[in-house]
Design a protein around this ligand. Structure first.
Ligand code: 13P
Length: 252
C-alpha cells in the first residue's frame, strides 16, 4: 500500500505580503485533481502570521523552514518551536543543506532541532543530502546514513513515526539537474531499508520525499517510483501554476 503523498513548497527567502497573498489565493482555488495529496507551504518566519490566517480551516498546511534547538531564552534571532506552533505550523524543515552548509549546522544540532519540533507536536521534515564531491566519491549512502543515524541514535526509531525524510542531493538543488527517477528511487529504498533494519513497520509507513530541481515536467516520473512519497519543492513552489502541476503529479 502506498503512503499518502506529500508535496511541500519551500519558499526559502522569497516572498512579500502581496506576492504571498496572490500565491496562496491561487493555490486555495485549485484543489481539484490533487485530493489525495497533502500539500504544505513552508514560508519565511515573518510571513507565518499572514499565511497562517490565509490557510486557516483549509486543506493547505503551513510549515516553517527552520527552528531553534532551544525552547526559550537569550538566543537573539532564534525562533522556538513553541512559537511556530502558535501559528499552527504542521511541518518544520530541519537540516536543509543550505543551513548545514551556510550556517554550519552539525548533525548533532539538526538532531536537537528535530526533537524540538516533535516536542512541540509538529512534524519535522528532516533533510538529508550529499554534496557533488561526496556523490562523485561514491559516498552518498554513507553521508545520508550518518545524517540519519544522528537522529536515530539520539531519539530512537520510534521518532520516525511522526516525521518526514527529504532526500535532497545538494548537487540537484537549484541547479536544474534533478536526480534521475531511478537514482532517487535507489536512495529512497536504501533509506527505507536502513530504518527497516530497526523496525519494518515504521519503515513501511515512513514518508520519504525527494527534493532538488523538481519541476512540472519531471515530477510525475519521480513520484511514480515506489519509495518516493512526494516532493520538497524550492523554485517551482513560487509559481502557482508550476506548483499545482507538481501537486497533481503526486495524486496517484
Ligand atoms: P529547488 O527545487 O529550487 O531545486 O530546491 C529544492 C530545495 O532545496 C527544497 O528544499
Amino acid at each position: 500500500m502506498r503512503r499518502q503523498p506529500l508535496v511541500a513548497g519551500n519558499w526559502k527567502m522569497n516572498g512579500s505580503l502581496s506576492a504571498n497573498q496572490a500565491l496562496v489565493a491561487a493555490l486555495l482555488a485549485s484543489r481539484q485533481g490533487m485530493e489525495q495529496v497533502e500539500i504544505a507551504v513552508c514560508v519565511p518566519y515573518p510571513y507565518l502570521d499572514q499565511v497562517s490566517r490565509l490557510v486557516q480551516g483549509s486543506w493547505l498546511a503551513l510549515g516553517a523552514q527552520d527552528v531553534s534547538a532551544h525552547a526559550a531564552g537569550a538566543y537573539t534571532g532564534e525562533v522556538a518551536a513553541g512559537m511556530l506552533q502558535d501559528f499552527a505550523c504542521r511541518y518544520v524543515i530541519v537540516g536543509h543543506s543550505e543551513r548545514r552548509t551556510l550556517h554550519a549546522e552539525t548533525d548533532v544540532l539538526v538532531s536537537a532541532k528535530f526533537a524540538a519540533v516533535q516536542g512541540a507536536g509538529m512534524v519535522p521534515v528532516l533533510c538529508l543530502g550529499e554534496t557533488l564531491a561526496e556523490h562523485q566519491a561514491g559516498a552518498t549512502l554513507a553521508v545520508l546514513f550518518r545524517q540519519l543515524d544522528a537522529v536515530l541514535a539520539e531519539h530512537g526509531v520510534g521518532a520516525m513515526t511522526s516525521c518526514v525524510l527529504a532526500y535532497e542531493p545538494v548537487w540537484a538543488i537549484g541547479t536544474g539537474l534533478s536526480a534521475s527517477p531511478g537514482q532517487a528511487q535507489e536512495v529512497h529504498q536504501a533509506l527505507r531499508r536502513h530504518v527497516a533494519a530497526l523496525d519494518e513497520q515504521v519503515a513501511a509507513g515512513l514518508q520519504i520525499v525527494y527534493g532538488g530541481s523538481v519541476k512540472a515536467d519531471n515530477a510525475a516520473q519521480l513520484f511514480a517510483q515506489p519509495d518516493i512519497d512526494g516532493g520538497l519543492i524550492g523554485g517551482a513552489s513560487l509559481n502557482a501554476k508550476d506548483f499545482l502541476a507538481i501537486c497533481q503529479a503526486a495524486n496517484y
